[in-house]
Design a protein around this ligand. Structure first.
Ligand code: MN
Length: 215
């Protein structure tokens, strides 16, 4: 009888370990869907190499280290952003934000959104051009480091959301669609202090098909 209990305990222990090691989430640096120089002259190769290869990599490594032994060890990125705070939130937020940021650009981007998204933008801002103006103004108006977002509520209604530091509209129950990074590391190499010029130039590389797919 005792022998049986010991064997069962061992089996349970082993299977728990197996499940645990399988489900631990190892967050990875995303691959860029374009070459490092493909977004020039809007975003230089040097900026991409620092922004993606150094800043984002640091957030990914920090996140993987910080979640070890916490309840977020097995959670996906969006869950961590919605439920964490402090250093874990800051690093998870920055990973999610940059994943959305880097994958929304394309060397063949630009133009205007179409379909449902275009109609929803017109419904709030009257025209795409007016939306662009409001979005840029919001981005310039973020004090210090942060992000400006186009976000949708559960009914598809759009809004422009300003977030400080690692903020993401997910924490307000909104779906993030498009974002411009206004941390200085995003533009200082290419535009120095001219944040407004940088934000204006980003429209020509926005991949609206990708943004529409998030809506
Ligand atoms: Mn950044």
């Amino acid at each position: 009888m005792i022998k049986k209990i010991v064997i069962w305990s061992l089996l349970i222990l082993c299977s728990n370990e197996a499940v645990k090691s399988q489900s631990i989430m190892k967050h990875e640096l995303i691959q860029l869907p374009y070459a490092a120089n493909a977004l020039e002259p809007v975003i230089s190769q040097e900026t991409i190499e620092f922004h993606h290869g150094k800043h984002l990599l640091t957030y990914v490594n920090n996140l993987n280290n910080l979640i070890q032994g916490t309840k977020f060890e097995t959670a996906d990125l969006e869950t961590i952003v919605k439920e964490s705070d402090g250093a874990i939130f800051n690093n998870a937020g920055q990973v999610l934000n940059h994943n959305l940021y880097f994958t929304q650009f394309s060397p063949t981007g630009g133009g205007k959104p179409g379909n449902r998204l275009a109609e929803a933008i017109d419904a709030v801002w009257g025209s795409f051009e007016n939306f662009q103006k409001e979005f840029e103004t919001a981005g310039v108006g973020v004090f210090g480091s942060g992000w400006v977002w186009l976000a949708a509520d559960q009914d598809g209604n759009l809004s422009i959301v300003k977030e400080a530091n690692a903020g993401n509209p997910l924490t307000k129950g909104l779906k993030p669609l498009l974002t411009f990074d206004v941390w200085e590391h995003a533009y200082y190499v290419d535009c120095r202090n001219r944040r407004a010029d940088h934000l204006k130039s980003l429209w020509s590389i926005v991949d609206w098909k990708e943004v529409e797919s998030r809506y």
